[in-house]
Design a protein around this ligand. Structure first.
Ligand SMILES: Cc1ncc(COP(=O)(O)O)c(C=O)c1O
Length: 377
């Protein structure tokens, strides 16, 4: 099955009980048992719900894994995955991960004895030098947020296997439409499904996919024990959003290429960060591992004042946290999504005050370029 077909026919696309082509919302918490233990596969909706299961099967098929899991947010998915580890374990993560991922590792999970080190995972040697006897996993975000650095998943997964570590990939930016980490050797994939998978700025959700039975059993145990599950209504919204992921990603790609071209030629733009650019330091790896470069672009306007002036003039790019929606969104990472990262660390990473990040949407690209142009002028 090709990818666009899988988005429509993957998972459980039709309700086996009724034939309903739109999988029904099973708005239910518990299930009648004919005798003790005599149920039809569902006992209680924290443990399993048919609508959530249809979504979990769909993301499993899209990522090519063994089992999928749906959570109340991307952060809930990441936290559940981290609950696979024990006190005393150490995780290596990409240095410019999403601010919330940095926060949960350094302000919450550290209190439970799960330690972390953040390194530039686009450089294998820095990963090797961060491995300790208690390291258990390497957690990658690629492309990164907001500087769009690329890590070679295949190479990291090989290295991880040599050291007996798990490879976890946050695939939010690329989505399974453009990138399949499990095929490249990763063990676990995480999504903030709030972004491209949902695609319409109307649902907060997280997904995880694992590549073997043991991890599937362990993560289901954590999901059921800690309970951060996605409800049936939001599961249904996600299934609906994901049906159009392919055409949305294709169209986003075209709009983004035109916008990157425009930004590169503008004198007020100091630097453009986009993995599709041949000048991007990791362009060769990106070309090897993704089928599309995505709709996220960052550019530097030189100062916070310039960024503020620009933002006060822009119309079609909505100033908001989040990304991956039909509407174009814009943010200033240093003061929004990455504000929870200490200022010195942001400076080290190159997340400057003048850095603006856009998530290119599906408006007419001529309108988007005209809008950027007038705001820059
Ligand atoms: C790359 C990435 N991972 C994880 C998250 C967290 O997801 P959520 O906001 O759904 O909890 C985000 C949110 O912006 C993100 O951008």
């Amino acid at each position: 099955m090709k990818r666009k077909t899988k988005l429509i026919h993957g998972g459980i696309s039709t309700d086996p009980a009724t034939g309903a082509v739109s999988f029904p919302i099973y708005q239910v918490s518990t299930y009648k048992q004919e005798g003790v233990g005599g149920h039809k596969g569902y006992e209680y909706s924290r443990t399993g719900n048919p609508t959530r299961f249809a979504l979990e099967e769909l993301i499993k098929d899209l990522e090519g894994g063994e089992a999928g899991f749906a959570f109340g947010s991307g952060m809930a998915a990441m936290t559940a995955v981290m609950m696979l580890f024990n006190s005393g374990d150490h995780i290596i993560l990409t240095d410019d991960v999403y601010g919330g991922s940095f926060r949960v590792m350094t302000k919450v999970l550290n209190r439970l004895g799960i330690h972390s080190t953040f390194v530039d995972t686009s450089n294998l040697e820095t990963i090797v030098s961060a491995i300790k006897p208690n390291t258990r996993a390497i957690h990658l975000e690629t492309p990164t947020n907001p500087l769009l650095k690329i890590t070679d998943i295949e190479e990291v997964a090989k290295l991880a296997k040599e050291h007996g570590l798990l490879t976890i990939v946050d695939n939010t930016f690329s989505t399974p439409y453009w990138q399949n980490p499990i095929e490249l050797g990763a063990d676990i994939v995480i999504h903030s499904a709030t972004k491209y998978l949902g695609g319409h700025s109307d649902v907060v959700a997280g997904l995880a996919v694992v590549n073997n039975k043991k991890l599937a059993e362990d993560l289901h145990f954590v999901q059921n024990s800690t309970g951060g599950v996605l409800g049936p209504q939001d599961s249904w919204l996600l299934i609906r959003g994901m049906k159009t992921l392919g055409i949305r990603m294709e169209e986003t790609e075209k709009n983004t290429a035109a916008i990157v071209d425009f930004l590169q030629g503008h004198s007020k733009v100091k630097k453009v960060f986009y993995p599709g650019l041949e000048t991007h330091p990791n362009h060769a790896i990106a070309k090897k591992q993704v089928r599309g470069f995505g709709g996220m672009v960052s550019f530097d306007l030189g100062s916070a004042e310039n960024a503020d002036k620009f933002l006060s003039k822009i119309h079609y790019f909505t100033l908001a946290e989040s990304l991956g929606a039909v509407e174009s969104l814009i943010s200033v990472p240093a003061r929004m999504t990455h504000a929870s990262i200490p200022v010195e660390r942001r400076a080290e990473l190159g997340i400057t005050d003048g850095l603006v990040r856009i998530s290119v949407g599906l408006e007419d690209v001529e309108d988007l370029i005209d809008d950027l142009n007038q705001a820059l002028e």
